[in-house]
Each structure stands twice: as structure tokens, then as C-alpha cells.
Design a protein around this ligand. Structure first.
Ligand code: C2E
Ligand code: MG
Ligand code: MG
Length: 758
């Protein structure tokens, strides 16, 4: 309230009078302000009170005020000061002057009345305030009770923040606390698993018997589904009126109002809780929703924390796994292998035992991979890993280094030959084809073996030794095992050197074709020539095809080299043809050329492309080109191989089977292919004069080939005696040093010009 001043306490009953007037009988209640000349604008002379008048009833006002001290105060003077002045001067009233102008009078009584009035107002106001305070106090008390309840419920949840899972009994405590807190009849919490099914479902307010008769838990359809799918709260006075409601299952207790809140954290919904029917029959209010929401939030933190911990655990496990195992085959990787090797070496040192290291590399894996595709190639690796594991004891370790390289470690060997036995067992286990997606894939493996402590003393050295031995096994024709010997080290190094130089051989024109005549012995005529590649390396000297063709196949260099051979041979034959000396040229194909993959831009298989381009570009008649393929290529009998051979055949190109007899193909099998002739391998010809079985084989081949209308050429004929034997067997076409070694083109020209051979 404002400070109380004199102006607010003016005494209303002041009577203005002139000084010459005389107080009458009416003077009893009044106080008189006395003026000279005029009551309105005359000079103020003083105040006359009832007390003055009763003392001197005869006097006029001038007399009554004349002897008085002249006192006055201003309107903004405080009432305390006014009362004090009255006390000091023993008066009951004071005139009030505002800028020398008389405006009224204050009296003790007038001040007292105003003070009483004020006190009354204050009293009313303070009563009002007290009432308001009471209401607020009650609210605060009820809120703090609720908060305490929420706190208890939340605390039971938060106490497990450090745990990695939420247990049902914890949820039970929580929902009971919340339901009690919000005075609801029913409450439930549903937590979902990763697939969206119910992982936990706890409820309160429904008896176990009732639950049994209801049958199943909520399916997450209808309103409760909405809460989860849309991650929103629902607060409904009557849920049956909501169009999204799907109604209750039979035997469900009737429920009306609903408060449902999602349990979610950062957009990830873990489940929902819901309450139904307040005990007082009222609908749930905004405050209830906030409480339930805050409870759900705490719960979501627990769940989120649990999820994160689970993820961390999983990640840690998978990191650990990744660090030690090969993801494709689940075999130990290099790291784990080295670890185990270290232990095995220490063990072997103490016990004086040996360790065998087998280095395995699949043969022609690149070819297989290109043919069946990388996905199936991976499947093949898995199958191989599986077969490998089947050949080993528990104490052995099979590991994958990457690609098609595997390592087998055999700890605690007592005999070096035990390593050979395992190697042989592995080779044997791979002889059966692997069935992959309707392909029958034949795999073989080359194995190099090193032994601790006979070879290197540490794992790196043992691996390098076994690697060298493996390369040696490859060179010896693959599908075998070899022990490491010190010479292999240099041989492995030589191999790498070879590869380096071979990569440049084509660009640097180091390759050449030689041609070896094929002769009809009846007529003494050259019926064809076989193109045989030669590599004149400035660094390595003359390298024989058997020394670099396998390497070219392994590295894929056979593709550009093969294309070059085709083009060069065709160009040469075309030149002879132009010179009036048409002669058929036979070109060797490697299986890798068949297994190239046709990409989207290519309208035909790359090998067909190479052959047909060579013919088109050189203009050579197709019937002057023969392609030599090995039994191995036919054995793989892939649809594409058949298709390519048929197309080539239809174009007029002839086909022969090279090194016939060294593979396992039967003549009846060969019948399916569009083959023109067989080239009997030189190993049979070599011993024809001394080994009756070789003679018998050649005889059989010749007879059967005639029935199948196939020509037969014998390779590697070196002596007259061999020639005579062949003539006897009616094998009239031959190729060999007896007539001519492979020769450069210009020397062949001389032979062709001469026409007949001696
Ligand atoms: P091949 O196709 O069986 O060729 C016959 C091999 O026997 C040739 O060896 C040839 O010089 C040799 N030879 C011929 N007559 C006699 C003989 O009377 N006695 C003996 N001991 N050997 C004889 P070369 O030229 O060293 O070729 C070896 C192999 O390299 C070939 O065997 C063939 O498989 C492969 N090759 C050669 N040139 C090519 C080529 O251009 N592409 C492909 N993919 N492979 C080729
Ligand atoms: Mg050949
Ligand atoms: Mg041959």
C-alpha cells in the first residue's frame, strides 16, 4: 500500500465561516475554518473547534481564533508527521495549505478513520492471499507425493542402467508403481524384440485367471500399434470411439479411458506402456501424460543403454573374430596361424619333435573363378576348406592365407613321411568333383611341404620354404606335393624373375612362332604345320614353351599371347596361301582361353573373337586353320566350350585333340565333340618299338578312330623304326624330328616349295 498522506485524510465536515460571525447551536459536530472578508477567497484566519466554542459561547469567530498560533501543513505531508505536530501543539486539527491556498483540514479523527479503512482492506486482501496459499500448498504436497512415487519407480529402473538387459520383474515393479501413482485400474508394458515381436509383456490390474481366458497378448494392432508405429502418445477419454481402435479380444475386461506412451529414444521405439481407467472415473489429464512420458523416457534410457552395450559386445566379439579368422571359410587366418605356430615351435623345441607346414595352392583357380564366377568361386573355396578340415586331426591347424592359398600345420610330427601322408590324403580328398550350382567342378591342389627344424627355424622361413616347394609342385604338373629342398629357393626366385620378363616379352617382340611340318607318310607330302611358340629373351636366353606357358596361364598373360599366336599363325599361313602353297596351320589353345568371361560389351566369347578376327583380318580360309585342344579342356565339358567348338566347326575351322592318351577321356566321350583328328602323344610313340602295350594302345586308337571317322596323327616320331611301326598300324600321318624340328617360317617355305619330303 502507498504511504498515507494528509491529502487522503481531509475532514469532510469543515464549515467555512467569516470572522465576524457568531457560532450557533449547530456548532456541536462541526469544525470551523474562519476567513476574513469572504469564505471563498478571503484570508484564512484560523480554526475554531467545538471545544473553543463551548469555553467561550459568547465570542465571535474572530475572537476565538485571534489568540491562536498560526499552524498549517501541506497535502503531501505524511500522517505521522501531522499527528506529531498536533501532539506538540495540543491541537485536534490542522489546516492544509497547497501553494498558499487553504484546501481543507485534517483531524485526529479523520486520520484515524482512514487508517481504520485501510486496515480493513488489508485484512480482506491477506485473507484472500492466505486462501490462495493454502490451495497452492496442497497442490505442491500432492505433486511432491507424485514425484516421490515417480522417483521410486524411476529409481528402480535407473538402478539397472549399468546392466545389459531389462528383466521382466524390473518392468513389473515399474508398471505397478506407475499405475498406483496415476491411480489407474490397469497398466501394462510391452517391450519388443528386434523382429518386432513381444519380448517382455508385464501388466497389472488383470488377474492371472483373466489373462488365461483372454488367451493371447496384444498383437500390436489397433491403438497400441499406432503408438509404436507413429511413436506418439495417445490420451483418450473413450478408446472405443477412436476409429483406429480394433476393439478388445473376447474375455478382456472392459476398459474405457486410455493413456498410452511409446518407450522410445532418439526415434528408436522399444515398446510402449499404457494405463487405462482412472479409479475416480475421470479421464487422464495432461499431467498424467507427462508423468507417464517421463517414466517411459527413463525406461527407454535403460533399454537404449542395454542395446548399446549389446552392440559394443557384439562388435568386440566380431573384431576379435575378424582379427583371427578368415571370414569366408571360418578357418584361422595368418595371425592366428602364426600364434599357434609359435606355440608349436616352443613345444617342438622342448620335446624334440617336428612340425610339418603344408602350403596349398589350388590349381587353375583363376580359370575356375572366371568360369563359374566369383560368388561360386567363393563357395568352392568354402567346400575345399571343409574337405581340408576333414583330412586333419584336431591338433592340426588348417588356415587360409587369402585367395586360393591354404596352410596346414601339423604339430608334433615324429616322422617326416607323416606330412607326406597328410598331403596325399588331401590330394585324394579333392579327386571327387565339387557340386556347385549344377556345375561339377574338378579341383586339384599343389602342395609344398617344409619341416621344422629340418628347413627354416621360424614360421616366416617355414612358410617361404613351403611356398617354394609348392611352386615346384606346380612346375611338375600340379596336383602333387613336393618337399622343400634348398634348390627350390633359387627355383622359386627364378620363377618370379621369369614372370617379370614375360610381362614385357610381347611388347618387346621377343616372341616368335616356329612351325613343325606334319607329314602324310604314304604320299610323302606336308599336310600341315603346327605353330609352336618360342621366346627369345635378351636376359634369359631361349625359354622353352613348357617353362613359360604354365606361368602365362597362371598370370593370365596367355590371353594376349594366345591372341598374338593366332594372328601371327594365320598371317603366315595366308602368306603361304598367297604364294600358292596353301598349308593348314595348327595352333595350340590353352584351357584358360576357353574360360575367359564374356562381358556385356562383347557380342561373342573372347576366344571366338580372337579366332574369327585373326581369320577376318588376315583373310585366311578357315579350312587352313586347325585348333589343338587338350583332353583336359574337353573333360571340363562346360557348355561354353561345346558352344565355342561348334561355332568354330561351323565356320570351317578344324579341331584336333592334342597329347591324346595322356588324359582320361574315352573315345565314346569324344564323340560328342566336333573333333576332326587325334594327336597321339609322343610318350606312346617314344616306346612303340620296345613296349608292346604302347604299340597296342596306338593300334587300338587307330582302329577306333577310323570307326569314328577321326584322323590320327602321331607326335614325336624321331626314328625310322618308329615310323615303320606306325606305318604297320596304318597310322599314316606323323609329326616329329624324324622329318623336321620346328622351324622358322622362311625355312618352312623352302620345305613347302620343295613339296615332297625325303
Ligand atoms: P605340343 O602341342 O604337344 O607340341 C609338341 C611338342 O613336341 C613341341 O614342343 C615340339 O617341339 C615337340 N616335338 C616335336 N617333335 C618331337 C620329337 O620328335 N621329339 C621330341 N622329343 N619332341 C618333339 P615345344 O615346342 O617345346 O612345345 C611344348 C608344348 O608347349 C606344346 O606341346 C604345347 O602344348 C605348348 N605350346 C607350344 N606353343 C604353344 C602356343 O602357341 N600356345 C599354347 N597354348 N601352347 C603352346
Ligand atoms: Mg600341340
Ligand atoms: Mg602334343
Amino acid at each position: 500500500m502507498d504511504r498515507l498522506t494528509v491529502s487522503a485524510c481531509l475532514w469532510r465536515q469543515v464549515v467555512r465561516v467569516l470572522e465576524e460571525e457568531r457560532p450557533g447551536a449547530a456548532a456541536a459536530q462541526n469544525l470551523f475554518a474562519v476567513f476574513k472578508d469572504s469564505v471563498d477567497d478571503g484570508v484564512f484566519c484560523g480554526l475554531a473547534t467545538i471545544h473553543d466554542i463551548t469555553q467561550h459561547p459568547e465570542w465571535i469567530f474572530a475572537d476565538l481564533v485571534e489568540h491562536r498560533e498560526f499552524l498549517f501543513i501541506t497535502p503531501n505531508c505524511g500522517v505521522r508527521r501531522a499527528l506529531k505536530i498536533m501532539d506538540q501543539h495540543g491541537v485536534e486539527a490542522l489546516p492544509v495549505f497547497d501553494q498558499r491556498q487553504f484546501i481543507g483540514v485534517v483531524t485526529r479523527q479523520s486520520i484515524l478513520e482512514v487508517l481504520l479503512q485501510r486496515e480493513h482492506l488489508l485484512l480482506i486482501e491477506s485473507r484472500k492471499l492466505k486462501k490462495m496459499l493454502d490451495v497452492e500448498h496442497k497442490q505442491i504436497v500432492s505433486w511432491s507425493e507424485k514425484l516421490a512415487g515417480l522417483h521410486t519407480a524411476s529409481r528402480s529402473l535407473l538402478s539397472v542402467l549399468a546392466h545389459t538387459s531389462v528383466e521382466s520383474d524390473l518392468l513389473q515393479t515399474g508398471i505397478e508403481a506407475l499405475t498406483r501413482l496415476l491411480q489407474a485400474r490397469y497398466g501394462a508394458i510391452g517391450i519388443m524384440d528386434e523382429a518386432g515381436g513381444l519380448k517382455h509383456f508385464v501388466y497389472t490390474g488383470i488377474s492371472p485367471e483373466q489373462t488365461k481366458s483372454m488367451g493371447q497378448f496384444p498383437q500390436g494392432k489397433g491403438l497400441l500399434g499406432v503408438v509404436i508405429q507413429e511413436n506418439v502418445c495417445l490420451r483418450l477419454e473413450d478408446m472405443s470411439k477412436d476409429p483406429r481402435s480394433t476393439g478388445f479380444p473376447a474375455d478382456h475386461p472392459p476398459m474405457k479411458s486410455l493413456l498410452a506412451v511409446p518407450i522410445s529414444h532418439q526415434g528408436r521405439v522399444y515398446g510402449r506402456l499404457y494405463l487405462s481407467d482412472k479409479e475416480d472415473g475421470e479421464a487422464f489429464c495432461k499431467n498424467d501424460e507427462e508423468l507417464a512420458f517421463s517414466f517411459a523416457h527413463s525406461l527407454s534410457l535403460v533399454l537404449d543403454n542395454a542395446r548399446e552395450m549389446q552392440e559394443v559386445k557384439k562388435a568386440r566379439q566380431s573384431l576379435d573374430y575378424m582379427a583371427h579368422f578368415d571370414a569366408l571359410t571360418d578357418l584361422p587366418n595368418r595371425t592366428l596361424l602364426k600364434d599357434r605356430a609359435q606355440q608349436a615351435i616352443s613345444h617342438a623345441q622342448r620335446n624334440g619333435s617336428m612340425i610339418g607346414i603344408l602350403f596349398l595352392d589350388l590349381d587353375n583357380f583363376k580359370v575356375v573363378n572366371d568360369t563359374i564366377g566369383h560368388t561360386l568361386g567363393d563357395v568352392l573355396l568354402k567346400r575345399v576348406a571343409h574337405r581340408l578340415a576333414e583330412c586333419l586331426r584336431d591338433s592340426d591347424t588348417a588356415a587360409r592365407l587369402g585367395g586360393d592359398e591354404f596352410i596346414v600345420m601339423l604339430p608334433d610330427l615324429s616322422d617326416v613321411q607323416d606330412a607326406a601322408k597328410v598331403a596325399a590324403k588331401i590330394l585324394e580328398s579333392l579327386t571327387l568333383p565339387v557340386d556347385i550350382d549344377q556345375h561339377k567342378v574338378f579341383v586339384s591342389v599343389s602342395i609344398g611341404i617344409s619341416i621344422y627344424p629340418n628347413n627354416s627355424q621360424n614360421m616366416d622361413g617355414l612358410l617361404a620354404d613351403a611356398d617354394g616347394a609348392m611352386h615346384h609342385a606346380k612346375k611338375l604338373g600340379k596336383n602333387n606335393y613336393q618337399f622343400f629342398t634348398p634348390e627350390m629357393n633359387s627355383s622359386a626366385q627364378k620363377y618370379m624373375k621369369l614372370e617379370k620378363h614375360l610381362r614385357r616379352a610381347l611388347e618387346q617382340n621377343e616372341l616368335a612362332l616356329y612351325y613343325q611340318p606334319q607329314v602324310d607318310i604314304e604320299m610323302g607330302l606336308i599336310i600341315g604345320v603346327e605353330a609352336l611358340i618360342r621366346w627369345f629373351s635378351p636376359e634369359l636366353g631361349m625359354v622353352a614353351p613348357l617353362d613359360f606357358i604354365p606361368l602365362a596361364e597362371e598370370t593370365g598373360l596367355i590371353m594376349p599371347i594366345g591372341a598374338w599366336v593366332l594372328k601371327t599363325a594365320c598371317a603366315q599361313a595366308r602368306l603361304w596361301q598367297k604364294n600358292g602353297l596353301p598349308v593348314r596351320v595348327a595352333v595350340n589353345l590353352s584351357s584358360r582361353q576357353f574360360h575367359q568371361v564374356q562381358n556385356h560389351q562383347q557380342s561373342r566369347h573372347p576366344l571366338l573373337d580372337d579366332v574369327l578376327n585373326a581369320l577376318e583380318e588376315t583373310g585366311l580360309s578357315p579350312h587352313l586353320l586347325e585348333l589343338e585342344i587338350t583332353e583336359g579342356i574337353l573333360m571340363q565339358h562346360l557348355d561354353t566350350t561345346m558352344e565355342i567348338l561348334n561355332i568354330l566347326k561351323s565356320r570351317g575351322v578344324s579341331l584336333s585333340v592334342d597329347d591324346f592318351g595322356t588324359g582320361y577321356s574315352s573315345l565314346s566321350y569324344l564323340k560328342r565333340f566336333p573333333i576332326d583328328r587325334l594327336k597321339i602323344d609322343k610318350s606312346f610313340v617314344n616306346d612303340i618299338t620296345t613296349d608292346p602295350s604302347d604299340k597296342a594302345i596306338i593300334a587300338a586308337i587307330t582302329v577306333m578312330a577310323q570307326q569314328l571317322k577321326l584322323e590320327v596323327i602321331a607326335e614325336g616320331v624321331e626314328t625310322l623304326a618308329q615310323l615303320e611301326f606306325l606305318r604297320e598300324l596304318h597310322c599314316n600321318y606323323v609329326q616329329g624330328y624324324y622329318f623336321s624340328k620346328p622351324l622358322p617360317a622362311d625355312e618352312v617355305l623352302l620345305l613347302l616349295q620343295r613339296g615332297r619330303l625325303p
